[in-house]
Design a protein around this ligand. Structure first.
Ligand code: FAD
Length: 494
């Protein structure tokens, strides 16, 4: 039968393509669909593992129990710890498969970040990060390689094909899907004898779902980088009896520059091209609220900065720095995807170029005095002057007696020209989803698996809660790819 497959995977990105490859490697007939016309650019450059071959070669060993206890504490145990351990027990396999089957044959490399480990109380970080790069430190566009591999393994890939509905038989077993064609809307029914795997990502591109499932996320974020994340796969799972996380989880960057005067509560631009993108926002420079007052230690994980900001008036913050600061960025020693230079972000010159672009589009303000800067940013002049003065004193003393920022991250804002920007959160993805067990089976509210239904990646839940632990760099990509592979293997075994 033309429309009969063993395994159907909805979503052809990090989790879905891995699920399809894993199911096909086990000899099953696989259909991989995606509602959009491409997906290769969604494969991410920073992947987390613990003791993969690449890390072993670099002499890195991440202590598994320590890392998992850290994650449990970070999430206040609002997660299924079995899923955390399942990830940790399989992430290295996924990294090694990626290296051997995808990167090596195509000229890519896995580059471990040895220096990513550091520890302060708010800032414990693990060197889990593997940058997926080219040998000369460029971006490896490996999504295409993974999708080619899937097709070499016999997977049928259909783009512009959206999973609309999941079909079940009288016993509640999942037996297929109904899809729609993006252009014509034509509906097609497909049979899946072994399983359907939901790998459709989150819901950050769906305003109604954001308001319902993550109302504070809707207010504190000014941009969403996932327009295709419409939550349709999660909704399809709910319709056949799946349970869903009851609390939101999310990955947010503090890199969303907005025009002065923006009302964050009503401002939620959904656009993957990154309007208002502002890398420097992730640097622990001086940050103040809209009253011109410093309100916390800027040197916390980047998402914590946005959480602290969300308790301030207007759900926005201002970052203040000077020309001099720009030449001392290396001393802030940030890691993961905000570190200076590749792997990470721009070097100093490229950073300056981005600031110029934001000056040109009116997001960043420049002034000769703090008073003038305050005026341009619509911040209370006296308050900002007093805040900068106090901050500079503490920088000179080398002790942040107000909020305890590390000494090496204290740099005064002393000489003009001065710069400032108003910023809110930039939602990369929502991370709460359908509840699954350690076999990646979707479960109902009693914890019983829905037969032949699987989920992985951001469509699945139980793994994250609240904020993203960015000091375990590469975790969402690794979670998606590792659980995708496991879901493909388990479904193929039915
Ligand atoms: C700019 C940016 C950079 C990032 N960098 C990193 C990084 O370096 N490291 C990291 O760990 N994380 C990173 N992330 C987060 C990471 O991209 C996600 O967590 C990851 O992509 C999740 O993978 P996924 O397979 O669950 O979902 P997605 O990658 O979101 O893919 C879901 C796919 O499903 C398709 N789809 C949706 N609904 C349907 C439907 N009903 N039927 C058919 N198809 C459907 C979508 O079109 C999409 O292709 C980044 C995110 C962004 C926005």
């Amino acid at each position: 039968m033309e429309n009969a497959y063993d395994v159907i995977v909805a979503g052809a990105s990090n989790s879905g393509a891995m699920a399809a490859c894993a199911a096909a490697e086990k000899g099953t007939k696989v259909l991989l669909i995606d509602k959009q016309g491409s997906s290769q650019f969604l494969f991410r450059s920073f992947f987390a593992a613990l003791n993969s071959n690449a890390q072993k070669r670099a002499g890195i060993k991440v202590d598994k129990a320590k890392l998992l206890n850290f994650l449990t504490l970070f999430f206040q145990d609002n997660v299924d710890e079995r899923l955390l351990w399942t990830w940790a027990n399989h992430a290295d396999e996924t990294a090694n498969w990626l290296e051997d089957q995808i990167l090596k044959p195509n000229g890519g490399v896995l580059r471990p970040q040895k220096d990513a480990h550091y520890e302060t109380i708010v800032n414990t970080a693990f060197n889990t990060e593997l940058a997926i790069a080219t040998p000369d430190n460029g971006w490896a566009h490996y999504g295409e390689w993974v999708l080619n591999k899937a097709q070499q393994l016999g997977v049928t890939l259909k783009y512009n094909t959206k999973m609309e509905e999941i079909l079940t038989n009288d016993q509640g077993k999942v037996i297929g899907v109904i899809t729609s064609d993006r252009a014509s809307g034509k509906k097609t029914q497909y049979q899946a004898t072994k399983g359907v795997i939901i790998c459709t990502g989150g819901y950050g591109g769906n305003v109604d779902l954001m308001k319902k499932w993550n109302p504070l996320g809707y207010k504190k974020n000014v941009y969403s980088d996932g327009p295709r994340d419409d939550g349709s796969g999660i909704l399809a799972g709910l319709k056949v009896g799946a349970a869903r996380d009851e609390e939101p989880a999310e990955i947010i960057f503090d890199r969303g520059a907005v025009p002065v005067g923006t009302k964050a509560e009503d401002f939620y631009k959904i656009d993957f091209k990154g309007p208002g993108y502002f890398w420097l926002g992730a640097y622990p420079l001086l940050k103040v609220n809209l009253n011109g007052e410093r309100f916390g230690n800027e040197s916390v994980p980047y998402q914590f900065d946005i959480n602290a900001m969300s308790k301030q008036p207007g759900y926005l913050e201002a970052q203040i720095w000077s020309e001099e600061t720009m030449d001392h960025l290396a001393q802030f020693d940030t890691q993961g995807c905000s570190r200076l230079g590749w792997p990470g972000i721009y070097n100093t010159e490229e950073n300056k170029a981005e600031i110029q672009r934001r000056l040109d589009d009116g997001m960043v303000q420049k002034a000769d005095t703090i008073e003038e800067l305050a005026e341009k940013l619509a911040l209370p002049k006296d308050k900002l002057v007093a805040t900068v003065k106090r901050y500079n004193q503490m920088c000179k003393q080398g002790v942040d007696t107000d909020f305890g920022k590390e000494k090496f991250r204290l740099y005064p804002v002393e000489h003009g020209p001065y710069y400032g920007v108003i910023m809110g959160g930039r939602l990369l993805a929502t991370l709460d989803g359908l509840r699954i067990n350690s076999n990646m089976e979707v479960i109902d509210k009693d914890g019983n698996p829905i037969p032949h239904l699987y989920a992985a990646g951001n469509a699945s839940g139980g793994f994250f809660w609240g904020s993203y632990p960015d000091r375990v760099p590469g975790l969402t990509c690794s979670h998606a790819q590792t659980f995708g592979r496991l879901a493909g293997q388990f479904a193929a075994e039915n």
